[in-house]
Design a protein around this ligand. Structure first.
Ligand SMILES: C[S@@+](CC[C@H](N)C(=O)[O-])C[C@H]1O[C@@H](n2cnc3c(N)ncnc32)[C@H](O)[C@@H]1O
Length: 278
């Protein structure tokens, strides 16, 4: 696997970042880990598909998103839109620490994952707005130019999967996402085998980005990241596709009107893409 990041760069930073980005309860959990275990978990996270969900993972991803916010010099009164958050709370967790009292919006279709996200983020000092609908219809919910940054935190693959499921008549809204995952993987295998993924998913994906660009302010940024899960690979997710989701998105979005790719030093193009609205 192409490493997410450089373990030699991150290991010296991880204790300080844990102090900054974890809750008291999480810090306690973190402190119970011997330092060689922290280093081991960090190495696994950065160099292998993710097989364990650990507090070290949380530190790393929260710290990375904080670096994105800092690099983009986002002001204090931030309005952030996350697309397809599921119940992953890295972004609201970091935002609560770097930009307290600002506005976090998520557009997320799956009902039970939205409920779980609300539970995980209870009490965070953020104005939370939940849009339980396909992000393709966001125009109905958000005034144009009202958002400072749009994030796809490990969401490009999920969006593509949901597009394919909709076309195949598979419900991803009222069902358990993990129970549906084998069917999603089967669809992806078929698309890869027949070489039709681009024909079926590119256009809806681009249309979604065009819609999102309307709610983004001029100079605002769409930030996407990705990493792999071992479980998906074990269940037959096409490995080359899974590893290259960001390069695929870059190829599909090449030449899209209204934004252009920017680069942030230290963020690998394999795992991150940043598009700035012009
Ligand atoms: C596995 S979960 C989320 C993953 C999460 N981003 C992460 O960090 O792993 C997938 C979620 O994406 C949502 N989703 C997929 N396509 C979407 C779309 N077009 N609009 C809104 N939500 C979408 C699903 O409803 C589901 O809640």
């Amino acid at each position: 696997m192409i490493p997410l990041d450089d373990v030699d760069k991150w290991y010296p930073l991880v204790n300080e970042r844990a102090q900054r980005f974890l809750s008291e309860q999480e810090r306690e959990q973190y402190r119970s880990l011997p330092q060689n275990e922290v280093e081991h978990q960090l190495k696994l996270l950065l160099e292998c598909p993710i097989a364990h969900f650990t507090v070290v993972n949380e530190v790393y991803f929260r710290a990375r998103w904080a670096e994105v916010f800092e690099a983009l010099q986002l002001g204090d009164d931030l309005t952030l839109l996350e697309v397809a958050s599921g119940d992953a709370d890295m972004v609201p967790q970091v935002m609560a620490r770097t930009h307290p009292n600002s506005t976090y919006i998520t557009a997320n279709m799956n009902k039970s994952l939205t409920a779980s996200l609300l539970q995980k983020t209870l009490g965070l000092p953020l104005h939370m707005k939940i849009i339980e609908e396909d992000a393709a219809y966001l125009e109905k919910h958000l005034p144009s130019g009202s958002v400072d940054i749009i994030v796809f935190q490990h969401a490009v693959n999920d969006i593509i999967q949901a597009i394919l499921c909709e076309q195949a008549g598979i419900d991803t809204i009222h069902t358990d996402w993990m129970e549906t995952l084998p069917a999603m993987i089967k669809l992806l295998q078929q698309e890869v085998a027949s070489g039709t993924l681009e024909v079926h998913a590119r256009q809806p994906f681009i249309a979604l980005i065009h819609t999102l660009l309307k709610s983004l302010r001029t100079d605002g940024v769409i930030a996407m990241n990705h990493y792999m899960f071992q479980l998906d690979l074990d269940w037959g997710y096409p490995a080359d596709l899974f590893e290259n989701i960001i390069p695929l998105a870059r190829r599909w979005l090449n030449g899209i009107q209204g934004c252009e790719e920017i680069f942030i030093p230290g963020f690998d193009r394999q795992w991150w893409i940043f598009l700035q609205k012009r």
